[in-house]
Unconditional design. Structure first.
Length: 159
């Protein structure tokens, strides 16, 4: 009997020794490490035309070294009233510029698209609806390489 009693105590000890361990997993919500992007589209009338500019800041993941970046599109349209449509070789008259920067990963510049179109329509609230679908030669500043790139935009511009 002595052995069975010792065995019972041993088993009893096993059940009382068991610890209830709780682990808490801490997760950061995306809002803590994702910086949201933004878009700012403006236009400024000047004597004889309108200058349009779009500035985009991409969202950034602070856990990734080269995420984020930004891009700028700018162009000027002369002698415009309430609508315009400019395509192909006439795009060169707009002084169109494009710049993009992705930190250490990439950077590109381009100007004067070779093909495509840009259209604009003045809306009743005095904003402009601008559509861009152009192709232009860009130069990667880090790799010093040229490539043709398509630039698209379909947004509202405010003064």
């Amino acid at each position: 009997m002595g052995n069975s009693k010792a065995g019972a105590i041993k088993n009893a000890n096993k059940t009382t020794i068991k610890e209830d361990v709780q682990t808490e997993e801490v997760k950061l919500e995306p809002k803590y490490y994702i910086k949201p992007g933004s878009i700012r589209n403006t236009f400024v009338p000047y004597l004889g035309g309108i200058h349009f500019k779009s500035f985009t800041v991409n969202s950034e993941d602070t856990r990734v070294g080269c995420s984020g970046g930004n891009s700028t599109i700018a162009f000027a349209v002369a002698n415009v009233r309430d609508t315009f449509y400019i395509e192909n070789e006439n795009l060169r008259k707009l002084n169109f510029t494009y710049e993009a920067n992705g930190g250490l990963a990439w950077a590109a510049q381009g100007k004067n698209p070779s093909k495509g179109y840009i259209s604009g329509k003045l809306l009743p609230d005095s904003t402009w609806h601008i559509q861009i679908n152009v192709w232009l030669m860009t130069i990667d500043q880090h790799l010093e390489q040229k490539q043709e790139q398509q630039i698209k935009l379909n947004q509202i511009f405010k003064r």
